[in-house]
Design a protein around this ligand. Structure first.
Ligand code: UDX
Length: 436
């Protein structure tokens, strides 16, 4: 099927490459000429496992193209809208400027029968508003939210847990749902649940899913606060809770909490929209979820200060991690970097290491020192703080190896990802978050 993907960021670039890989003829469009030129050369403009291979295969097959001209979208049966919806400056709501700009510039190229399929995370009601905008072209607006995780984006796009197709009532809606079923034929044939809903429900599914995940993380981090006060161990608690199949262990990872380009801004936009709809009390808990999450960063800094006996000024601190999570070079709202910046603000000599994100971090926070070399960061450190659970730190770094490099054997495990007994046995003072 011939399709366009408008917006080639994390979501759109992966979607375009994935759609070409399952046999579609895809044109990816973005206003950023540098991004387009990089994608056209088969180079992913950001770190995402498997994306480069998929791009190169798609370009070589002749089924994948990129362009900065919206006119190249003309003639596609379906136009996927995958532009960003950041948090509005000075507020909590989503900024829909890019969504509207993309739709406005697509309008002259839409034909009767075309489907405009929104993938961006938007406040409920947006699809209906856009439908009014495109009505006179004869195109149909549907909502087909994306649930991909950075680091797993290719996998999540090709083999999603479910596909949601929000369509308008009536024959146009039914044929649009059929068209989406055809787009995702390989996944549908493999048994992926395909749920057809109204537009508002499809928009809400995405916000609700992110709100649930954020709540689950903040729930376990709230338990970490209690465990700290009670002398209990939150990691063992999470294991025990997770064996209950009604609860499950995933997203019960305690530590410095969630960040990134999605969960924080999405829960805020979700709450802001609910308040607009007169349902403030229904989302009051999301403010708590946010507050618990942000408290964890402060708590990690406090653990470092206490571990150093209050002597932070001038102390050399190795911060292992800058990305908001492993397998990503994304530093947007990264709790890891936030902890590093706060320690620097207290006068510590902070050296940050990360296998993928140091360049992005240095561009935005030049006040910190950076190295890609883990061991260089560890050398002569007075304290080691693990804030992103890359395999290089969690699995590959032994306490003996690290112990030979540092000045003091003090480790703060901001992701509760180390074997505390092994580190203690090797002479380290180990501090987890909510752990004994
Ligand atoms: C998230 C959703 O998972 C995805 O479905 C949605 O489409 C976009 O937002 P992503 O931002 O890529 O995806 O990251 P995710 O893997 O969900 O992690 C988000 C944050 O939560 C990270 O900072 C991570 O470190 C943190 N996290 C995750 C925890 O602190 N504990 C956990 O148990 C899981």
């Amino acid at each position: 099927m011939r399709m366009s993907v408008i917006g080639c960021g994390y979501l759109g670039a992966v979607h375009a490459a994935a759609m070409a890989s399952i046999g579609h003829d895809v044109i990816g469009i973005d206003v950023d000429e540098r991004k387009i030129s990089s994608l056209s050369d088969g180079v992913a403009p950001f770190f995402e496992p498997q994306l480069t291979e998929l791009l190169q295969e798609g370009l070589a097959s002749g089924r994948l193209h990129f362009s900065a001209r919206m006119a190249d979208a003309a003639g596609s049966a379906v136009h996927f809208l995958a532009v960003g919806t950041p948090q509005v400056a000075g507020g909590q709501a989503a900024d829909l400027r890019f969504v509207d700009a993309a739709v406005d510039s697509l309008l002259p190229h839409l034909r009767p029968g075309d489907v405009l399929a929104g993938k961006s995370t938007v406040p409920v009601g947006t699809a209906t508003r856009l439908a009014a905008k495109v009505a006179e072209t004869g195109a149909t607006v549907v909502w087909n939210p994306e649930f991909l995780r950075e680091g797993w984006a290719v996998h999540d796009t090709i083999s999603p847990d479910r596909i949601v197709a929000g369509v308008p009532d009536g024959a146009d809606g039914e044929s649009a749902a059929d068209l989406l079923r055809e787009v995702y034929r390989p996944a549908v044939d493999a048994g992926t649940p395909f749920l057809v809903t109204d537009l508002a429900t499809a928009e809400l599914v995405k916000g609700a899913a992110n709100a649930f995940l954020a709540t689950k993380i903040s729930f376990i981090n709230a338990m970490a606060e209690i465990a700290e006060a009670a002398g209990a161990d939150v990691a063992l608690l999470a294991d025990a809770l997770g064996h209950d199949t009604r609860i499950g262990r995933r997203y019960l990872g305690s530590g410095i909490g969630f960040g990134g380009g999605c969960l924080p801004k999405d829960i805020r936009a979700f709450a802001a929209r609910a308040e607009e709809l007169g349902r403030r009390e229904a989302v009051g808990f999301l403010h708590e979820v946010d507050a618990i999450n942000l408290r964890r960063r402060e708590r990690a800094v406090r653990l470092v200060v206490d571990a150093l006996g209050g002597l932070v000024f001038g102390a050399r601190i190795a911060v292992l991690g800058a990305a908001f999570k492993p397998f990503s070079d994304d530093i947007r709202d990264s709790p890891a970097l936030d902890v590093a910046i706060r320690l620097r603000g207290l006068g510590a000599d902070v050296i940050v290491t990360d296998p993928a994100a140091t360049e992005n971090a240095a561009a935005v926070h030049p006040q910190l020192s950076y190295t890609r070399e883990r061991d260089e960061a560890l050398r002569d450190a007075d304290a080691v703080v693990i804030v992103t659970e890359w395999d290089e730190y969690r699995r590959d770094l032994t306490p003996e190896h690290a112990g030979a490099l540092v000045s003091k054997r003090i480790v703060i495990d901001g992701r509760n990802c180390l074997d505390s007994a092994a580190w203690r046995a090797a002479g380290w003072t180990y501090h987890g978050m909510g752990r004994r």
